[in-house]
Design a protein around this ligand. Structure first.
Ligand code: XMP
Length: 519
């Protein structure tokens, strides 16, 4: 299959470049930016038709900035450099990069100085997305400036003879107009790559890799009931012998309403042979009692998961088992574990952080077949595996469950109250045909009470926040713009049915600056 090889210099959006290309049907491979060149990298099974050098947080003139093997520049394939990628190749080919007075962050209109096939069909003045302090001061010999930004800064430089082009902005982010068109102009137009990739290819490749990694060993998967672990469960059951696959579900008492029953039904329908359901509600609530701090709560839940897992695994005869996890790329990057090694830790998602997981990872006994997929791609994989829409299109749910939606300390009463409120909200979204238009919706119980009045009596109820967002992948999110009528009716339903809730508010924060979950 035709492939675009991406050299990763540490940008948080490297994987997005690959994902955008996959969306358009192009197969990609990502390797570290400082990898040594070898003709093998250009493909046996998959033929590399072009290279992309990603962005990255370093400055090319710093001593410890990631280097590029010059053989990549000399290999003769078309090259697209993005941000650091452009700066790296400029410096390496004899140009100059410097920190300039004008830094550019965010939107910037683009002005053409000459024609280039990278911008074929794209009108002048389109809005690009910049994120750089360094800029090109001098072009490398043989290069000419193709475009500048509205601030007069270099935006695109190219070497026509060598088929090398670099851009200062990020076509992979959704804020960049014509971003997909630029990437497809490169892949299809300049590289002449064929768009042959489909999720079914991913499925076959993942199955092959799971089988070869697993051999005859057993695989344990902790099922959370969410889309990711359920899709992974289906993938394992359909890939390995049913005797090899052990599915374990820990009931933390922090799940959504009726989730336990649905999870067990789903597991059965997957045709799995070994399903272990562990009732641990009391353990989790005891460990969380009196704990307020979000990261501490996440840590407690993560550790307890692992302790319970270890305790329960000992009861099974699993030998040198592999631990499978439904970790997605967004989980990895937000925990600072993406291919971009410099990604900051924003939240410690328990499924990538625990010492046991790290130990298993170091021992080569971790299986994370979804780790370079985004949520919508996992959904497509779920469909390809034959899972029903009701599971595949379920809104995402965080590993720590309702504990990160009960702000402050967690009690059983609060969990029960939030479960009910959340169920009313979600049921109403389904009744109003809004559920599938929203990427994720949920209720959050705030640690404050406010005064109210009901039937002439003074009330002092909890404040509940509703959150509903649209997103493509959870990395960024917009607030769902409800009709006011829907919000008013849902608020009344909640406060009428649940006396302990005195007030309902709607969270109107996008991500960034807010995260999707409140804790
Ligand atoms: P945030 O809140 O970081 O969430 O904007 C992005 C997406 O990730 C989900 N999320 C988690 N998923 N374990 C998970 O498996 C976690 O600890 C976790 N925390 C957040 C969140 O619900 C949203 O879909």
């Amino acid at each position: 299959m035709d492939t675009i090889l991406i050299l990763d210099f540490g940008s948080q959006t490297t994987q997005l470049i690959s994902r955008r290309l996959r969306e358009m049907g192009f197969h990609t491979n990502i390797i570290p930016g400082d990898a040594a060149f070898s003709p093998d990298l250009l493909g046996k099974e998959h033929i590399v038709r072009g290279l992309i050098f990603s962005g990255g947080p370093a400055s090319v003139y710093e001593a410890d900035a990631p280097q590029l093997d010059p053989a990549f520049l000399a290999c003769g394939l078309p090259i697209l450099g993005i941000c650091y990628g452009l700066q790296r190749m400029t410096e390496d080919l004899g140009g100059k990069v410097q920190a300039r007075e004008t830094r550019e962050y965010g939107r910037a209109g683009i002005k053409y100085l000459s024609n280039h096939p990278l911008f074929s069909g794209i009108p002048e003045g389109f809005i690009s997305w910049m994120s750089h302090g360094d800029s090109l001061l001098e072009l490398a010999p043989g290069f000419s400036m193709v475009a500048v930004s509205e601030h007069g800064m270099p935006a695109c430089a190219a070497h026509p003879g060598k088929n090398i082009v670099g851009i200062q902005f990020h076509p992979e982010v959704t804020h960049c107009e014509y971003g997909n068109r630029i990437l497809s102009n490169f892949a299809a137009g300049i590289c002449q790559a064929k768009a042959e990739w489909k999720v079914e290819h991913y499925l076959l490749a993942a199955q092959e890799s799971i089988r070869s990694r697993t051999q005859k060993r057993k695989v344990l998967l902790l099922i959370s009931g969410g889309v990711d672990s359920t899709v992974l469960g289906a993938l394992l059951v359909k890939t390995l012998e049913c005797d090899q696959v052990y599915l374990m579900y820990v009931d933390t008492g922090l799940m959504r309403k009726n989730e336990n029953e649905e999870v067990i039904k789903t597991l059965n329908s997957l045709g799995a042979k070994h399903i272990h359901v562990i009732h641990a509600e009391a353990d989790f609530l005891t460990a969380l009692a009196g704990k307020h701090e979000p990261e501490e709560k996440r840590r407690i839940i993560g550790d307890l998961f692992m302790q319970i897992q270890e305790r329960e695994i000992q009861k099974l005869d699993l030998g040198d088992y592999l631990l499978a996890q439904g970790t997605l790329y967004t989980d990895m990057i937000e925990s600072g574990k993406g291919i971009g090694k410099n990604a900051a830790v924003i939240k410690s998602h328990h499924n990538v952080r625990s010492p046991l997981v790290e130990a298993k990872r170091n021992a080569g006994l971790i299986l994370e077949p979804l780790a370079d997929l985004y949520k919508d791609e996992v959904r497509s994989l779920g469909i390809a595996l034959g899972l029903p829409d009701s599971i595949v299109y379920r809104h995402p749910f965080p590993g720590p469950g309702l504990a990160v939606r009960i702000l402050g300390d967690v009690t059983r009463e609060k969990a029960d109250l939030l479960r009910e409120a959340d169920a009313i909200f979600i049921t109403e979204l389904k009744n109003r045909d809004l559920y599938r238009k929203i990427w994720q919706a949920f209720a959050v119980l705030l640690p404050i009470r406010s005064v109210g009045v009901a039937g002439d009596a003074r009330g002092y109820g909890y404040v509940l926040a509703l959150r509903a967002i649209t997103s493509a992948d959870g990395m960024t999110a917009d607030v769902y713009p409800f009709e006011m009528k829907d919000l008013l009716e849902i608020s009344s339903l909640i406060t009428n049915k649940l006396k302990a809730i005195g007030r309902v508010s709607y969270d109107i924060s996008s991500k960034p600056p807010a995260t999707i979950e409140w804790e």
